[in-house]
Design a protein around this ligand. Sequence first.
Ligand code: ZN
Ligand code: ZN
Length: 268
Amino acid sequence: MKEINEIEIKLKCDDLTYVDAFELIKKLPKPWRRKKWKELRESKLESECKNCGSTEKPLVIQHTKHPRDFYVLKNKEFDKLLKNDIKANQAIEKIKNNKAYKLAKEAVALSNFPSYYKVLKPKVLSLDLIENIDNVEYTIRDCCPECKGILTHRHYKKTLSIYKCDNRHEFKTPNKIKYYPQYRLKDENDVKFKLSIELLSQYLKKNDKIVAAIEAKFDNQSGKKALLQLIKEHRIYMEMKHIKTLCKKCAFKEDLAGGKINPAYNKR
Ligand SMILES: [Zn+2]
Ligand SMILES: [Zn+2]
């Protein structure tokens, strides 16, 4: 227990960050490997099962209270701290409720899925982020007069002196169209959309950085508080104040019902 006390003090004095302290704690030998723990178990073990009265060995110690999960504790503290800091809360809310931020988040997440373009494109273009694309490099290409499909020499049927596009339209004279090779796009709005997504993702990164900076101090504070609480709960656990003696059968039944499979098990 000496090591854990040292870690606790250093954590309290900010000599250790909660991240480092947690790492150190994880490296400590497991309690059930310790002689003291084994001796305490022996001394606490009663001669019959608390549930069914069986004296059949082996009898085991069942803990009725467990230390809570660190991240459950930390998230709770984090939310509490954030809620209490009205200024920080407002600053974060202001960013997250911003129409552009919301759309940027949606757009950047969905921009990799062409199936969402139909919904996303008009929304993004309505922001008018890109006034014009005069600076974007383009070439003039031949295209199908009907579907505007880009043509290459493979679309020209020499023997018939006609063009046949990918959609099987046939014609003698192709139309001209602007093509943006950098984006492999010919539609001006598609290029605007692409550039808008780039802008939005920069905007999103910038704002997420601001949010992260605001939240950083809550992360440290909540991590520290949660870890100190965890040490406390761990200590109570080690003292075996909340235990009962059970036979193997009853212990198994409780684990199953209680159950060690159930994530709510550790919550009080
Ligand atoms: Zn029993
Ligand atoms: Zn065509």
